[in-house]
Design a protein around this ligand. Sequence first.
Ligand code: URA
Length: 241
Amino acid sequence: MRLDKLLAHTGFGTRKEVKKIIKDKYITVNDEIVTNAGLKVDPEVDDVRVGGTQIFYEEFVYYMLNKPAGVISATEDFMHETVLDLLDPSDLVQEPHPVGRLDIDTEGLLILTNDGQLTHQLTSPKKEVDKEYYAEIDGIVTEDDVVKFEEGLLLEDDDEPFTTLPAKLEMLEIIEEDNASVIHVTVHEGKFHQVKRMFKAVGKEVTYLKRVRMKELHLDENLPLGEYRRLTEEELAILKA
Ligand code: URA
C-alpha cells in the first residue's frame, strides 16, 4: 500500500497532513529516510517508523460494544448520538461500522468492525445467524406463545406481511401481580423491530430489550453499558465459525 495511505490509516492525520510529515523527513522505511508519499510499502514486512517509533498496521478491527439506550446503531445521524460517538477517536481510524442494527432503545451486544466479509456473514438473511435477546414484557407470556413463536408468526403490520422463522422463546419469570414476564428469545433473522413486532402479534408489549448473544458469542456481562473492548482471538473465531 502507499506510504501516505498507511500513515493515514494508522492515525497520523489526513492524507494531506501525512504528506507533510513525509516531506518533512519524519519517516523511515527500513532505516532509510523516505520523502516519496507514494512509495509502496508492505506493512507486514517493512519497518516503517514515524520519528523513530515503529508503526503497526491492523487491517481489520473488531470491537464488542454494550450498546446503551439513546444511541443509534448507524455511522451518522443528524439528531442523535451514534454508536461511533462512543468510540475513542483513535479507534475510528480504521472506520469500523456496526454489524446490523439495534433500535435506539435496545441495549446490549453490538459488534463493530471494518471487516465487510464478516459483516456480510453475520447479517445476510441467508445465514440465519442466531440472535438472542433478554426482554421484559408487559403481559403474561404463555405456553401458547412459546408454540406460536416456534411455529413462526404472521406479521401483518407492514405493507408486506411475512411469516417469521421459528424462534425459541424461553420463560425466565412470570410476575402475575405486575402482569409482566421476563423472557429470552432467540431469532434467526433481523427484520425491522422484529422482536417487538413478534410480541405485538401475540398481544403483548416489549418494555425492555437487550441483545445478549450473537451466534455463540455472548455479551461480556462485565462490560458496562456504553463501554466497548476488542474481541479476543477466541471470540473472533466464534463469530467467524
Ligand atoms: N428486535 C427489535 O424489535 N429491536 C431490536 O433492536 C432488535 C431486535
